[in-house]
Write a protein that binds this ligand. Structure first.
Ligand SMILES: Cc1cc2nc3c(=O)[nH]c(=O)nc-3n(C[C@H](O)[C@H](O)[C@H](O)COP(=O)(O)O)c2cc1C
Length: 173
C-alpha cells in the first residue's frame, strides 16, 4: 500500500476485531514508524509499549471499561507514553511529538492491514485511566500514558467519516 492509500484509507475503527493475532513483527514495525516521527528539538519525548500478552490485554480492557467493540475484542494495544520535558526556553513540544508518532503509527497500522482508533480523550479524563494502565505496566511516574491504540484485523466493514470539502479547509494562493 502506498502512502496516499494509507492516508486515505485510515479512519477511526471502533467495531470488532477478528481473533487473528497481530504478530510482534507487525507490532514492532508499527512502533518503529511511531519512533521515526519528528520531535521538537529532537527530544524524542514519546515512548511506546505494545501489549499482546493475553493477561495484560485483558487487564487493559478491564481498566478501560469501554463499550467500544474495538477495545473489547482487540488482540493487542499500543500504549503511548510521553515525558513532558522542556525542548528550549519554556517550550515543551511533548504533545506535538506524541501526536506525530501516533499519526505515523495509525498509517503504519493501515498499511499492515489492521485498523485502530486514537483513544486519548477517554484515557486522559478525570478518572485517570491512563495512570492506572501505566501503573499496571510498571511505567515510571515521570512518564504519562496519554493514548491507547487498539490494534487488530477488522471483523466488520470499515467506514470512513465524511470530511469537509477541500475548498472549505485548504486553498492555493
Ligand atoms: C487528540 C485525539 C483524541 C481522540 N480521542 C478519542 C477517544 O478518546 N475516543 C475515540 O473513540 N476517538 C478518539 N479520537 C478519534 C476522533 O474521534 C476521530 O479522529 C474523528 O472523529 C475523525 O474521524 P476519523 O479518525 O475516522 O477521520 C481522538 C482523536 C484525536 C486526534
Amino acid at each position: 500500500m502506498n502512502l496516499f492509500d494509507a492516508v486515505n484509507n485510515r479512519t477511526s475503527y471502533r467495531d470488532g476485531y477478528t481473533d487473528k493475532p497481530v504478530t510482534r513483527e507487525v507490532l514492532g514495525k508499527i512502533m518503529e514508524a511511531g519512533l521515526a516521527a519528528p520531535s521538537g528539538c529532537n527530544k524524542q519525548t514519546t515512548s511506546l509499549i505494545a501489549v499482546d500478552d493475553a493477561a495484560a490485554v485483558s487487564q487493559i480492557k478491564s481498566l478501560l471499561a469501554s463499550s467500544m467493540r474495538a477495545v473489547d475484542t482487540a488482540p493487542a494495544f499500543i500504549c503511548v507514553l510521553t515525558e513532558r520535558v522542556i525542548a528550549y526556553g519554556d517550550k515543551c513540544f511533548a504533545v506535538q511529538d506524541y501526536s506525530a508518532a501516533i499519526q505515523n503509527m495509525l498509517l503504519a497500522i493501515v498499511a499492515s492491514g489492521c485498523e485502530s482508533c486514537w483513544i486519548e480523550g477517554y484515557v486522559t479524563g478525570d478518572d485517570n485511566i491512563g495512570r492506572q494502565i501505566a501503573d499496571m505496566l510498571g511505567v515510571p511516574a515521570e512518564l504519562d500514558l496519554v493514548c491507547v491504540l487498539p490494534v487488530g484485523y477488522a471483523a466488520m466493514p470499515v467506514r470512513r467519516v465524511a470530511k469537509k470539502p477541500f475548498d472549505a479547509r485548504a486553498k492555493f494562493v
